[in-house]
Design a protein around this ligand. Structure first.
Ligand code: SF4
Length: 348
């Protein structure tokens, strides 16, 4: 896999050598056993996979290179580049200004932007509406674009199945930047609906099967369906894609559930299910799957506590916390300064 040039302060010599050693021993990434570090008074088990993924390193490389290559220019980020507070702070300290917060509230009015400003698109991607807004100001949304290729892959897959007449069901958090971006791109090609969990997928299945009045769909899923959505005909062929950082098992559960609904409602078999249900398993992100599998491997170890480090608004990290909480007392911390006891701060 491609390696990226990111600032040295994001690399730890200890972690880099541990990761390299594990990689050499397990090139095919089949071993999800944690790494055991025995310091005598304390034993630490490190998950087999963690840390910056491909998309995050790609975004960091582009953003810092943009700052380095454009001294004196005004540089903006649409919103947080990734949900990692340290990286966002470092970019701000490098002079990058944020246009809006994670839920779309503006810090900088569009009217303040000029055509020679640089606007970096975050790793989550952005909506077609925002892309058009930037174009209308004379700023190319593609020139400094850090949209992760794995998010782009979801958009491409949505477009493919949309063109074949399937409605796109997006498993994601409706307000998350990536889901808003995926919904926007998907809606431009196909009727689209967001479901945030299996309960919403079950609620949706009642409309698919006509068990509840179809008019109620527009109230129950308000804000989660595309503007042209017609509940009388857009549930006949469907496919499921996801926000890349959702729990992979939950996306699979939703896809399997809806596939079963279509199979039994339309009396289909494995041979002809593709007529009404698109196979989209290939849109799951490798990093999310690896990290979640590594945490499951970690939880086979008998430990006293789990410590999960990451941004509090990170979907990826919060799902890892959920997995740990099933077995261990779990502490979710943003960084090393949060490791405290009443007498001492263990910050290194
Ligand atoms: S899609 Fe996967 S690789 Fe890309 S930024 Fe998200 S977690 Fe990382």
């Amino acid at each position: 896999m491609k390696s990226f040039e990111i600032p040295e302060f994001y690399r730890s010599p200890l972690i880099t050598s541990i990761k390299q050693k594990r990689k050499q021993q397990d090139k095919l990434k089949k071993d999800f056993e944690p790494t055991h570090l025995d310091f005598g008074v304390i034993e630490i088990f490190l998950a087999r996979h963690f840390g910056f993924c491909y998309g995050v390193e790609n975004a960091i490389e582009i953003a810092f290179r943009t700052v380095y290559e454009n001294p004196g220019k005004r540089i903006f980020l649409l919103s947080e580049m990734i949900h990692n507070p340290q990286v966002n702070r470092d970019l701000k300290e490098s002079g990058v200004q944020f246009i809006m917060n994670t839920v779309g509230q503006m810090y900088v009015d569009w009217s303040e932007l000029k055509s020679d400003d640089i606007v970096i698109i975050p790793a989550f991607g952005t909506t077609i509406e925002t892309e058009n807004k930037l174009k209308s100001i004379g700023i190319s949304p593609l020139e400094y674009n850090t949209t992760c290729p794995f998010v782009q892959k979801v958009w491409n897959r949505s477009e493919q199945i949309g063109r074949k007449g399937y409605t796109v069901i997006i498993h994601g958090k409706p307000l998350h930047e990536e889901t808003r971006a995926t919904f926007s791109h998907s809606s431009s090609n196909a009727p689209s609906v967001i479901v945030k969990d299996i309960h919403e997928a079950m609620a949706l299945s009642k409309y698919i099967k006509g068990e509840v009045p179809l008019e109620e769909f527009y109230t129950e899923f308000k804000g989660q369906y595309s503007s042209d959505f017609d509940a009388t005909k857009h549930f006949e062929r469907i496919g499921v894609v996801n926000q890349t950082t959702m729990l992979a098992t939950e996306t699979q559960e939703i896809a399997d559930f809806l596939k079963n609904v279509m199979t039994s409602f339309y009396s289909l078999t494995e041979k002809n299910i593709a007529e009404r249900f698109a196979d989209t398993r290939d849109t799951l992100c490798y990093a999310t799957t690896d990290n979640q599998s590594a945490v499951k491997g970690l939880l086979n170890v008998d430990a006293d506590i789990a410590l999960v480090v990451g941004g509090y608004n990170s979907s990826n990290t919060s799902h890892l916390v959920e997995l740990c909480e099933e077995k261990l007392t779990t502490y979710y911390i943003e960084n090393e300064t949060k490791i405290l006891d009443k007498n001492r701060n263990f910050a290194l």
